[in-house]
Design a protein around this ligand. Sequence first.
Ligand code: ITT
Length: 427
Amino acid sequence: MRDAPAFVLATNNAGKRREMEALLAPWGVTLRLPSDFDSGVDFAPEETGAKFLDNARIKAKAALALTGLPSLADDSGLEVDALGGAPGVFSARYGGDLSPAGRNALLLREMEGKENRAARFVCVLCCLFPDGREVVAEGTCRGEILMSPRGSGGFGYDPVFYVPSLGRAMAELSDGEKNRISHRAKAVASLMQKMSKTNGSQAGKPPEGHVGNIGKTPESHVGKPPQSLVGFFGGSFNPPHNGHVSAALRAIDALGLDKLVVMTAREAPHKQLPPGSPPPEHRLAMARLAFEHLPRCEVSDWEIRRAAPTYTVDTLAHLRAGGGIPVLVVGSDMFLTLHEWKRTDEFLPVTRVAVLLRDALQGGHVRHYASFLSERYGTDVDCVVHTPVVISSTQLRAALGTGGGRDHLPAAVYEYIVANGLYRRPW
Ligand code: ITT
């Protein structure tokens, strides 16, 4: 067995500890407590911060100082709209020295006569490494304050917090259900995503056994689908490179797609294209050269021709209108941000998502997030292991600017770039 990364969890809250252990287990992360190192220690750093992050950092620093090991702290709380965001960072001290039931009773009294019952749980995680690196992440969970407490699960304010998507109080959910939708679950997913980007080797890697298919297996599409399966692979393709082509081939094959629509975006999905990028028509022409010879693959100019800015929700609706079941094909980095995309409520419940995993080790991450999507939106997620060609369009543009890049591009794309003088400027 390989070494599992261990963090000291800087908390005294048994509810948090239980949830964090469950949330981090799929990543192979083990947690220890400050008391494991010094049983006599009263680990209670003063939480003097004005923000969740300030307090999370105070706790993480204290645990690191005590143990010398990577530490992880959670500062969390409940923000109620009608109370101007209170109790917020003071959630644990709301009303002074009250029991959790006493705090809930106080909150319900404060909410008497209030029509707006909207609230959210917030969780901020701060992870500190002995070399000074810090990774922070936040998760929130929206809901409403009930008129009276319900349920006996969870902890803290869970009995007075109603989760509209599940129609129950947080305290009426099983541990597993809470851990799929909670602010803490989202914060952990975000934290692990950031860690895998910034320091993959130190972050918790999920056990290898967790790899493979999430939700329905790719093979489940292969038999006789009631409608054709139409994959949607979108991007700015600036320029399209061998990594894109091999991902498209892998998706077509592994998912048994009837067709893969490669859609060139007019704009980059979440940001401006870098200055000097070729106009959409050139990017479309390059996409045609890169993808159109692949079996069952079609390059579409639909997004480019549209006057209005186009979001994934629009393109999926367009594909659905053409018949067939759209399958959104995304890399794992994009996948883990799906809940932040535009109008998720409209498309996630009716879309299959296929996520390309860099390697088997990413499975735990993705599986966890897939469960969240499935619970929250009913989304079906398929997982395709695909070892990518390690090059990005950004690196390629830089290489092309200095006369390189040829090896990473389909030959016809490279010739097109040269013939049209694209990407010549220094990037
Ligand atoms: P540590 O500081 O030792 O981690 P704490 O309980 O003092 O534990 P916080 O300062 O972060 O933690 O305060 C968080 C309070 O917010 C906690 O006491 C709960 O009342 C509430 N809270 C946080 N997450 C919650 C959840 O998932 N469900 C219900 N209440 C929660």
